[in-house]
Design a protein around this ligand. Structure first.
Ligand code: ARG
Ligand code: GLU
Length: 723
């Protein structure tokens, strides 16, 4: 038995199960791998060093891993800036380039030459240059006794200074992020690229195979990948799109392995996990599981019911709403899995037990009583309010973000405000603002179906009134409700026929002529009125109290974290995910999903064929793929007559890790992380070593699709392939 495991087991037996951690749990900090993790990683089979993962002195893996478009991860797989990420991460872009005539969502897209690669305005790729512990600089002279809001202000201004001075004159950008609930701060210096072009994507029948039905579920057969290329100026530095830009030459790119995986093989995931909350009190779990998630699941179910029906009725609507639907459905489904997982693990009960042991420990020492004695009781009171205000805020946003005309109406705020001042606005600024709005509107209306939005409008407003207490409803809404007797369905057509926010032509001409006299018309528009009223209602009545409580909570969190670390002083803690670059490691591993049912860790093309159903969009296997299967024509990508598709491992991952490289013991790319398995999806709040599994695409399936299926094998020429 290795030493760390031994220590963990001691902690486990002495302190009880909750506070302990399995050796595969954890989302670790790259610059601390040497100190905390490398030994265990090497014991698990990793053959490289911590410097190979992160170094500022020489090329290392961190130079190949990027934050893709502020929500996903991607990695370089060639010296010419070729990036691989998930299909669902590039989905918005693939969809943007799709029309009924050129339907890349349905048919896939392959540039076939560099000239054919498609630019994507607005998409960014961010590369970490270096990181640094700046805890002392941020917290110097700041105490826990200071009033929460004053403390936050001081911290924010320190952070702003550090960020500014770190990048002066460099063209980089910097951010400082709190770790361990504000007990530690790190500075990140980043370089952001803006000319990112679409290189290739399989048809949705491969890239999104199984759709939202299979989403979050193992066994899985989704070929969830897409390819982009980063372009830079001739000096290899970020530049805005220009036909003269050249492929970016990264400091490092991953060699791609054809060796594949077996159960037990070492795996490392290197990417940008978004958010986890592993150290929160039981009250937080109660809030999420019993209050927020159920309400949000309910309202999203309604949205999905409406959108699904519309998508089935019309191929154009299918294109228009596919990306929006995927987003709505994704969290909806995860929240359900999360509630089930928390229930099954009895996380609230586990935490309560842990809290009572902790309370005992605190109470057994006067000094500790003084420092920590108030924390848990304070949490209990605070969460009473947080539960209510968080729900009001989240639910209200969910309602009004669900009405597309309201979303569009918000876009005009900035322009309108220019005309609310006494003097005439600057013509230049007006023109720029109009241009930006016009560009947004073009994208908006391309994917807009008025009839669908009308239904959303009625359903959202009905739920809003049914779910929140009257005192939390916006006055404008109450007026509308009174006027119509709550029958939003019957007033919808009238409103939608007239508003400028529901029709591209009306909107364009309104925007073109927009001037001071337009304000009157605007103020009569029902969607504009709702948009304005709801945000002013929230900022007046909900947000101040919510932000006060959240400040209070953060202050408690920081002290609670300290208490937990002191209580469990032999454990090596990992910080919650916070959208910064992290490492998780583990191994390929199956699991028991329920009594007597064991899931093996690798899926194959055979499973795709078994799921084939031409009647269902998500399971309609392309003929070419069936042909390759029939002939077992897998080239060098298959193994023992089978074509691997996905695999699972016990790496600790979360949203944002999509597209992350999965790396083998030699540092080669073997997969692309894209999901987690249903039974363990609550791992954002409580990792379950028995069932928490990340799902990855086997890189060989991606290569097989590029080469054999799409005939775009030219792309493999620029990769380094390890046979
Ligand atoms: N569940 C994965 C993630 O959280 C994949 C989502 C995209 N796929 C989908 N069918 N909606 O992002
Ligand atoms: N699909 C997720 C993403 O987009 C990763 C799955 C997860 O939440 O672990 O980041």
């Amino acid at each position: 038995m290795n030493k760390l495991l031994f220590i963990v087991l001691i902690v486990f037996t002495v302190r009880g199960s909750y506070a302990s951690t399995s050796p595969d749990e954890g989302i670790w900090i790259p610059i601390l791998i040497e100190k905390y993790n490398i030994k265990l990683m090497q014991e698990k089979g990793f053959r490289l060093s911590a410097e190979d993962i992160y170094s500022v002195n020489r090329a290392s893996m961190k130079d190949a891993v990027v934050n893709f478009n502020r929500g996903c991860t991607a990695e370089f797989i060639s010296g010419d800036g070729l990036l691989i990420t998930n299909h669902h991460c590039g989905y918005g872009q693939i969809q943007d380039h799709s029309t009924l005539e050129n339907d890349y969502l349905t048919n896939g897209f392959w540039a076939m030459s560099r000239d054919g690669e498609l630019p994507n305005p607005g998409v960014t790729v961010t590369l970490l240059k270096r990181m640094e512990d700046v805890t002392e600089k941020v917290l110097q002279g700041i105490t826990d006794e200071m009033p929460a809001q004053e403390r936050d202000k001081l911290i924010s201004s320190r952070i702003a200074d550090l960020q500014a001075s770190a990048v002066e004159g460099t063209g980089y950008s910097a951010v400082v992020r709190p770790f361990f609930m504000g007990n530690q701060y790190f500075l990140f210096v980043n370089e952001t690229f803006r000319d990112i072009r679409l290189v290739g994507a399989p048809p949705s029948a491969i890239g999104k195979f199984g759709g939202d039905t299979d989403n979050w579920v193992w066994p899985r057969h989704t070929g969830d990948f897409s390819l982009f290329r980063v372009y830079a100026g001739k000096n290899n530095k970020p530049a805005s799109y220009s036909p003269d830009n050249v492929p970016y030459n990264p400091g490092y790119y991953f060699p791609v392995s054809l060796k594949g995986v077996n159960e037990g093989a070492f795996t490392m995931v290197f990417g940008y996990p978004g958010t986890t909350s592993e150290y929160v009190p039981s009250y937080h779990i109660d809030m999420v599981k019993n209050h927020i998630n159920p309400a949000m699941v309910g309202i999203r179910a309604k949205k999905l019911e409406i959108i699904d029906k519309a998508m089935e009725s019309d191929p154009l609507i299918r294109i228009q709403y596919s990306s929006k639907k995927a987003g709505i459905s994704n969290s909806w489904k995860k929240w359900i899995g999360e509630m089930q997982g928390l229930e099954k693990m009895n996380t609230i009960g586990q935490k309560q037990e842990y809290e009572s042991r902790l309370t005992e420990w605190i109470g057994s020492d006067n000094n500790r009583k003084l420092r920590y004695g108030d924390i848990l009781p304070a949490y209990r009171d605070l969460y009473e309010g947080l539960k209510e205000y968080t729900l009001i805020n989240n639910y209200t946003s969910e309602v009004f973000n669900g009405i597309e005309a309201v979303v569009m109406a918000r876009r005009i705020y900035e322009l309108a405000s220019l005309y609310r001042q006494d003097q005439a606005p600057d013509a230049q600024i007006v023109m720029k603002t109009k241009e930006a709005i016009s560009e947004y509107a073009a994208g908006f209306f391309k994917d807009y179906d008025r009839e669908t939005d009308q239904q959303l409008f009625a359903a959202m407003l009905t739920l809003y009134g049914e779910t929140l207490d009257t005192k939390w409803l916006s006055p404008e809404y109450l007026k509308l409700k009174k006027l119509t007797g709550g029958d939003f369905n019957s007033i919808a057509p009238g409103l939608y026929d007239k508003s400028v926010f529901t029709d591209q032509q009306r909107f364009d001409s309104f925007l073109k002529k927009f001037g001071r006299s337009s304000l009157k018309k605007l103020e009569k528009d029902p969607f504009y009125r709702l948009a304005v009223d709801v945000s002013s209602f929230l900022s007046g009545n909900v947000l101040p109290e919510l932000s006060r409580m959240n400040s209070e909570r953060q202050k408690l969190n920081k002290r609670y974290m300290t208490a937990q670390m002191e209580y469990d002083n032999t454990r090596i803690f990992y910080p919650d995910a916070n959208s910064t670059l992290r490492v998780s490691f583990g191994s390929v591993k199956g699991y028991y999903s329920e009594d007597a049912v064991y899931f093996k860790p690798v899926s194959t093309l055979k499973g795709i064929i078994e799921k084939d159903n031409p009647e269902i969009y998500d399971y309609n296997v392309p003929a070419r793929l069936k042909e390759l299967y029939a002939k077992s024509d897998y080239g060098r990508y298959g193994r023992n007559g089978e074509m691997p598709v996905c695999f699972i491992a016990n790496n600790h991952t979360t949203g944002g890790n999509s597209g992350s490289p999965v790396i083998n013991a030699d540092g080669y790319l073997i997969g692309i992380n894209f999901d987690r398995a249903w039974e363990g999806v609550a791992s954002d709040l409580a990792f379950n070593p028995e069932q928490s599994r990340n799902i990855s695409l086997d890189i060989r399936f991606a290569l097989f699709i590029i080469d054999k299926f799409a005939g775009a094998g030219y792309l493999l020429d620029e990769m380094t392939i390890i046979e």
